[in-house]
Structures are given as C-alpha cells and as structure tokens.
Design a protein around this ligand. Sequence first.
Ligand SMILES: NC(=O)C1=CN([C@@H]2O[C@H](COP(=O)(O)OP(=O)(O)OC[C@H]3O[C@@H](n4cnc5c(N)ncnc54)[C@H](O)[C@@H]3O)[C@@H](O)[C@H]2O)C=CC1
Ligand SMILES: O=C(CO)COP(=O)(O)O
Length: 362
Amino acid sequence: MTTAAGPAVAAGGAGMPDDVGAPAPGRAAVIGSGAWGTTFASVLAQAGTPTTIWARREEIAAEINAGANEHYVPGHRLPPGVRATTDMGAAVKGAELIVVALPSQQARAIIAPLAGSLADRAVAVSLMKGVELGTGLRMSQVLAQALDLDAGRVAVVSGPNLADEIAAGQPTATVIAAQDPQVAARVAARCATGSFRPYTNTDVLGVELCGAVKNVIALAVGAAGGQGLGDNSKATIITRGLVEITRLGMALGARPETFAGLAGMGDLVATCSSPLSRNLAFGRHLGQGMDAQQAADASRGVAEGAKSARAVLDLASAHGVEMPITAGVVAVVEGAASVAEVTDALLARPRKAEGVHASPQQ
Ligand SMILES: NC(=O)C1=CN([C@@H]2O[C@H](COP(=O)(O)OP(=O)(O)OC[C@H]3O[C@@H](n4cnc5c(N)ncnc54)[C@H](O)[C@@H]3O)[C@@H](O)[C@H]2O)C=CC1
Ligand SMILES: O=C(CO)COP(=O)(O)O
C-alpha cells in the first residue's frame, strides 16, 4: 500500500527465500473488505502474493479495483496486486491462502458457503480477534468447523497490528500461528515484507486468546480513561489484564511465554495506548456514560471486545478461571453496573500476592 503522498512500503517479500518444502507461491483470497482485510491484502500483494478480496458491496469492490478503499482505509492507494470481487466462489477458486477478516460473530455464517470448495493444499488464515458467542470457540476452530477443514490447515495472524499504521507503511511485527510449523512458515513467507515482519509460533490457542482477550482489556482501559483516570490506572489494568489472559490460557493449555510475546504483551500495549483502537474508543464511550448501543453507534468499525467479553467470561467460568476485569467489562456492556461501580468493586477485592495463581491473603 502507498500513502497518498507516495510509496510507503518497500516490497521486500517478493525476493525473499521461501521456506523449505513449501509449494510454489500461489494466490490468496481475503474474505472481508474492512480495514484489516484490505490492509492485509495489500501486505500480501507487496510480499509478491496476488490477492483477491471478497467484498459484500459492489461499490467497495469497484473502488478497490480502481486502487483504493476510502471507506475503510482512507487516504491510501492499494498496490496493483490487489483485486476485488463480490463473487466469493471466484475469489477463493485456486487460492492457496483463504484469509478471513470479518467481525468474529458473523464469520461462521458468511463463510459457510465455502465448505468443501477449497483447493487441496489451501490453508485458511484467521485475522480475527474474537471468541464466538454461544459456542466459546476461537476463530481458528470456527474456520475449521465452517469450512470442514482439519485443524492443521488453519493458521492465525495476531500481534500489534493497527491497520491504519500498516496501511501507512510503518514497520511492525506479527505472529503467524499454526499447529504445523511448516504451515506457519508458508503463511509467513507469503506476507513478509520490508516493513511487516512475521514470527511463527505453534501455540495457536495462546496466540488467539491473546488477541481476543486484549480487546476486552482495551475496553476496560478505555472506560477508565473515559472516567478521567490516568496512566497509573491504565498500567494497572493492562498488567492485571495480562494476568487474566495468562491465567485463562494456562488453564486451557497454552504456553506461558506466548503471553509475554508480540500477540500478548505486544498487542496489549499497542491497542491500549493507541487513538486508532476501536476497542479503546468504545471503552472510552462507556466510561463517559454511554450504554453499549450508544457506544456501538458512535464507533467506527467493529469493536470485538464488546461481544467477546461475554464469550470469554463464559469460557473462563466453565474452566474455573477467575477474570475480574473481564467480568467487570461484561457487567458494564450488559448494563448491570456502571463503570464507577465496577472500579470500586475491583479495588475492594480481597488483597492477594501478585502472580497468576495467587490466592487471597487470609
Ligand atoms: N483494524 C485493525 O487494525 C485490526 C483488526 N483485526 C481484527 O480483524 C477483524 C476484522 O476487523 P476489521 O477489518 O478492522 O473490521 P471492519 O469493521 O473494518 O470491517 C469488517 C468487514 O466485515 C464486513 N461485514 C460486517 N458484517 C458483515 C456481514 N453481516 N456480512 C458480510 N460482511 C460483513 C464489513 O462490510 C467489512 O468489510 C476483527 O476481528 C478485528 O479484531 C485484527 C488486527 C488489526
Ligand atoms: O487488533 C488491533 C491492533 O492489533 C486493532 O484493535 P482495534 O480493533 O481495537 O482497533
């Protein structure tokens, strides 16, 4: 992608050595023409992977084919390797990577028509950061179910990846997680550029939980800011939020080091401190007194944490994991408590030693 002022990203991926044993570079399809779907499509194209975006609306597809997506990625030109269509079947035909970038709660229904139609060596890639309501499934699990794929053929991308910054060509790193390290390496090779640096990880569960729960924590940080609280409160919520993420992840079988990495601490820091974050902004609206519907109406793009908070809390409860900040976010989003009441309740909890497994002091 280039900025309106000129090229901002070096097309570094095209000449990069491929991983051993990977098939020849193929095409990618991106399902979803929003901020991250369009931006990641541009990264793929800059890395030498021709990419077709599926857009729901004709006018967005036409605009992308003319080199821009002003609604979702304003002020940036798209590279020539990005095309768009409203025909989902045509977008995925023969594609090596089927990348899904939709609101998490809508993903299953939207991609269901693709079940059984993917190329034999195709890999599904989730860019989404949410947990499905009702099932408690992570997005890689939703993709595997909906597309009727073995879990080994699903990868996820998660990290400090604010779309607007990447669209402007600013450098960042990310994590590509897949059960099979060769699958992760293959996806990484398709999207690596001079400014987008993917690391690989086989802890799919941990990487996905990091992305989904950090959105819930960003809502809490935003709500505190909306109440006029300062950086000490923010740092407290981020740090204790990371404890909640780690506690849930370890109970479910994730690796602890994942939470200190780019998808964990990295994305928490980016999201909880950026004016670009939709979750942070949504939380700020809540802190200023809006209810969840008013905050959604005032938001630009999807704030995943508002829906995933309930799904994460239910998942935690089912595994006996305590997540007090997440529970507070759920109470506010569901209208059961005000931000001030939740703040007071969190501060009044029994004192305890610091740490993931600490229990209250007697
Ligand atoms: N924007 C960002 O900086 C990043 C976003 N993500 C994640 O990527 C996922 C997608 O986010 P964005 O692209 O930013 O969202 P967005 O709100 O910018 O775009 C969502 C896309 O989904 C489409 N969509 C929404 N409801 C639909 C429906 N019922 N049927 C068909 N299409 C529908 C919209 O038309 C749009 O193309 C989310 O899970 C988000 O957490 C992850 C990293 C960075
Ligand atoms: O996931 C993101 C950055 O890594 C984007 O965060 P928001 O969805 O809050 O904008």
